[in-house]
Write a protein that binds this ligand. Structure first.
Ligand code: CMC
Length: 430
C-alpha cells in the first residue's frame, strides 16, 4: 500500500506538492513538511507551535482531549501510586522500569554525584543576598559546565550518561543552596543515607546546630509533585533545552536555558503566581471581581493556574494532586487556611462559569502544587525551583533522545518577513 500523503496546492503559483504523513504509535499523524520550502516555495507559519511537531519522541504521550498522560506508556496515575521519583527518572531516561539490581545501581550512581564542587559553592557569594533562587539556579546550573567539563563532549555517550547523572543528582543540592544563600544560612551537605526527596528537604530546612526531623507527609507530597512534574513532552522549557543543545551546546548550559524558560509565569512560574493571585484576592467575597477581570477582553489579567495549551479536559496531574491538596487542607488547621478557602471557592466558581467551560479552562497542575507547597511551608520563591528539580529528569531524557536521533539538526525556524522592502541609504547634503 502506498504511503499516505497530503496534497497541498499553492493557489497563487499553481504549484502542487505531495507531503508524506508520519504516523506515531498513538495520537494524530504529522505532515512531513521538510520539503515544503523546496517544493512549494513557501513555509508554514505557526507562532507558538500550535500545530507543529518538532521531533519524533518515544518518551511521553499526552492526549489533551481525553486527559491522558503516559511516561514511556505507563499512565501517570499508576506511577503516582506505585513508583518514586528516581525510578521514574530511570524510566524516562532508559525507556523501561528498572529491575531491583538496576535500581540499586542507578541509586548509587546518583548518590555518588550529589555533592557539588567546593569552587561552585563559592560562586553563590557573587549573587546579591536577596536574589530570587531561580535567578541563582540559571547561573549556577550554567556554571556546572565550567566545573565539570570532563563530561561535556556531547558526541561521547559515556560523557552524556555522566552529565545526565550529575544533573539529576546535583539539582536538589544546587536548589537547596540557592535557598540557603538567599536567607543567609549555612549550606548543608547532602546526606547519602537519605532518599532523594528526604535529602532535598534536609538540605533546605536543616541547620547544623539543631537535629532535624523529616516530616513524612512532606516527603510523600513532594515525591508526588516530583513524579507529576518529571516530564511533559515538548513543552516550552523542554523545547528550549532541545533547541539550545541542537547546536551542540553542552547539557549543563542547555538545562540552564530550560530553567530560564521555566521561570516565566505562563509556564513553571505559575505555581508562584497562583499564590500571589490568591493573596491579592484576599477575601472569597472578592472572587467574582477577579473572575470578571479574567473574562474581560480589555484586561490582560488571567486566573493563574487555569488553562493549558494541550489539555482541553482535566489535566490528569491536577486530578491526582487535587486529591492530595484537599486531604492536606482538611488535615491542616493552619495559618494558610483562609488562602486555601479562597482557592477552593475560586476553583468551584471557575469550574461552573460559562467562560471557563466554553474555553475548556480547568485548573492545571500549578494551581494545586502551589497550594500544597505553601501548606508544606516551602517558601514561595522556591516553588518554581522545585518544578525545575523534577523537570530536570525530563529535560535530560529528551536531550539524550535527541542526541541519538539521526534526524536531529540544528533548530532554525524560518520567518515571514514583514519589514521594509530593500531601499537605498539616503545621501545627505554635505
Ligand atoms: N484565565 C482567563 N482566560 C484564559 C486563561 C486564564 N488562565 N487561559 C486562557 N484563557 C483564555 C484566553 O483569553 C483565550 O480566550 P479567547 O479565545 O476568548 O481569546 C482562550 O482562553 C485560549 O487561551 P490561549 O492564550 O490562546 O491559550 P494558550 O494555549 O496559548 O495558553 C496558557 C495556555 C497555559 C499559557 C494559558 O492558559 C495561561 O496563561 N494560563 C495561566 C498561566 C498558567 O496557569 N500556566 C501554567 C500552565 S500548566 C504548567 C506549565 O506549563 O508549566
Amino acid at each position: 500500500m502506498a504511503e499516505p500523503t497530503v496534497t497541498v496546492t499553492n493557489n497563487e503559483t499553481g504549484k502542487t506538492g505531495e507531503l508524506p504523513l508520519i504516523k506515531g504509535t498513538m495520537g494524530p499523524p504529522g505532515i512531513d513538511i521538510r520539503k515544503l520550502g523546496s517544493q512549494m516555495g513557501a513555509f508554514t507559519y505557526d507562532p507558538g507551535f500550535m500545530s507543529t511537531a518538532s521531533c519524533r519522541s518515544a518518551i511521553t504521550y499526552i492526549d489533551g482531549e481525553a486527559g491522558v498522560l503516559l511516561y514511556r506508556g505507563y499512565p501517570i496515575e499508576q506511577l503516582a501510586e506505585h513508583s518514586n521519583f528516581l525510578e521514574v527518572s530511570y524510566l524516562l531516561l532508559y525507556g523501561e522500569l528498572p529491575n531491583e539490581q538496576e535500581m540499586e545501581d542507578f541509586n548509587s550512581i546518583i548518590l555518588s554525584h550529589t555533592m557539588i564542587h567546593e569552587g561552585l559553592r563559592r560562586f553563590y557569594t557573587g549573587f546579591r543576598h536577596d536574589a530570587h533562587p531561580m535567578a541563582i539556579m540559571v547561573g549556577v546550573v550554567g556554571a556546572l559546565s565550567a566545573f565539570y567539563h570532563d563530561s561535556t563532549d556531547v558526541a561521547d555517550p559515556v560523557h552524556r550518561a555522566i552529565s545526565a547523572h550529575r544533573l539529576i543528582a546535583k539539582m536538589p543540592t544546587i536548589a537547596a543552596d540557592s535557598y540557603k544563600y538567599s536567607i543567609g544560612q549555612p549550606f548543608m551537605y547532602p546526606q547519602n543515607s537519605l532518599g532523594y526527596v528526604e535529602n532535598f528537604l534536609r538540605m533546605m530546612f536543616a541547620i547544623p546546630s539543631t537535629p532535624f526531623e523529616i516530616n513524612p507527609i512532606a516527603v510523600q507530597a513532594l515525591e508526588l509533585i516530583f513524579i507529576l512534574h518529571a516530564d511533559h513532552e515538548q513543552n516550552a522549557s523542554t523545547s528550549t533545552v532541545r533547541l539550545a543543545s541542537s547546536s551542540g551546546a553542552n547539557p549543563f548550559a542547555s538545562v540552564a536555558a530550560g530553567i530560564a524558560c521555566l521561570w516565566g509565569p505562563a509556564h513553571g512560574g505559575a505555581n508562584e503566581a497562583v499564590i500571589h493571585m490568591l493573596e491579592e484576592i484576599e477575601d472569597p467575597k472578592q472572587i467574582a471581581k477577579f473572575v470578571a477581570r479574567a473574562k474581560d477582553k480589555n484586561d490582560s489579567y488571567r486566573l493563574m493556574g487555569f488553562g493549558h495549551r494541550i489539555y482541553k479536559n482535566y489535566d490528569p496531574r491536577a486530578k491526582i494532586i487535587r486529591q492530595m491538596c484537599h486531604s492536606l487542607l482538611r488535615e491542616q488547621g493552619s495559618e494558610n487556611q483562609p488562602l486555601f478557602e479562597i482557592a477552593m471557592e475560586l476553583e468551584r466558581i471557575a469550574l461552573e462559569d460559562d467562560y471557563f467551560q466554553a474555553r475548556k479552562l480547568y485548573p492545571n497542575v500549578d494551581f494545586y502544587s502551589g497550594i500544597i507547597l505553601r501548606a508544606l511551608g516551602i517558601p514561595l520563591n522556591m516553588f518554581t525551583v522545585i518544578f525545575a528539580i523534577a523537570r530536570t529528569a525530563g529535560w535530560i531524557a529528551q536531550w539524550m533522545e535527541m542526541m541519538e536521533d539521526e534526524e536531529q539538526r540544528i533548530g532554525r525556524p524560518r520567518q515571514v518577513y514583514i519589514g521594509e522592502a530593500k531601499r537605498d541609504y539616503p545621501r545627505r547634503q554635505e
